[in-house]
Design a protein around this ligand. Sequence first.
Ligand code: SF4
Length: 461
Amino acid sequence: MKNVLFALIDSSDKKFYLRYREKLNQIHSILLGKAGDCIVAGGLDSYISENKFSDLKSLYEFIAEKSQGRDVIICDAFAGMLSMDDTGRVLNYMRENDYDVCLTENLPEGLAAMCISGSFIEEFALHIEPNQKIVSSFKDIINWEYKGIDVGVYLSPSMLIMDRIEFLPVSRSSVDYILKYSSDESISTDSDFLRIDNAFYRDAPQYAAIEISSESDGFCTRELGAGEMDTGAFRKLITEIDELCPEALISIGVWGDPFTHSRFKDIFNILKAIPNPVLVECRSIFLSMEYVELVLSRENTQIIFDVSFTAEDMFKKHKKSPYTLEYTKNFLKSIPNKENVWIRLTRTPANEGSIKYFLKEYSEFMPRILITKADSFAGQKVVDLAPVKRHACYALRRELTIMNDGTVLLCRQSLETLGNIKNHSLKNLWDANKESFIKQSRKDFDTCRECASCDDWWIWN
Ligand code: SF4
């Protein structure tokens, strides 16, 4: 590529960088070799760049100064799998059509870069608000509609985006496969990736749902083993998750309400030792402000309360909560900081007609509202929203569901089990699920009794 400057931006999370430092440095070096003439810039705590900035505006002013009239290609400093062919197409599209900037909608970030015209880069920096956080993507940093920037969007014929592969390192598995394929010269364009067996990017779970209590509401569609997960078993499980998948989101509560666990505080405090994002899924059948405050005191943690109804009689009939709806609402209203709190409606024939009232009523005091579907096997299906073309199930690729007695399920929609954490390591149980994913990758969707008629295979948790 002629007359261009590559700007490689380091906005990596420092804990993540230090965990995989050696491999990330190798990925960065591979990218430096591909990019040629480039500058590397990052935040004040960047380990890989000498060009450190306190905010995005000053970083872009620096890029503008260095560009000297050349078009600028912006990408993440760890985009080792950057396709120069696809990036060249984005650049040419910008040049041919005289756009100020050009990005792509249907190529994954990290595979193709975004471009800024050399004649616009100085003005681009002026558009950035002061004190904006440093990010490597510029898709979200500007309010395009109001600023009059001439934006080109290069649309590739590729369907690669459908595979939802991470082309930037965000987990142990993505670090490994990016390192593996970054230096593979037979892969130079998006279509080359479609030839690779997609089992390669199924390495560690990214979503681990843990049932700790069997006490549930009227939406429980599975017979839960009696009792609760003891703190020893939970601690062992968290240690194994930390080893197997240190970036996985840990969701506490599947059908049971975690707040009903008799030692919820002890259970939750175990999570303070690890940095993973955590989601606590409550059923609104045990409400405790002390627990809410404890949960929200942890960084990177969100809490969901399933309420599902707007009318007192329906709430009583279907939720089977010991509280009235009025009491539940007042409790939720009184949560002081709702930034990481969600209210959820589980969509079934019983509340299908009241979704718009639900949104109106709860959005008055809760900024975050979630609508979710009922389980496939529960006979509560309202509508099948699955895409027409079926692909290998995302749950088999990235999820683990562990019940309160230690049983690990094939997935939360299946009645099949893989074994128990008391007798097997979590890694062995995860590996036991690999065959099912490979079968589905080959378009054999009879992995278990429920798979053939399931409409949850496309849900990305
Ligand atoms: S297709 Fe459905 S039942 Fe089968 S593994 Fe995926 S989510 Fe589970």
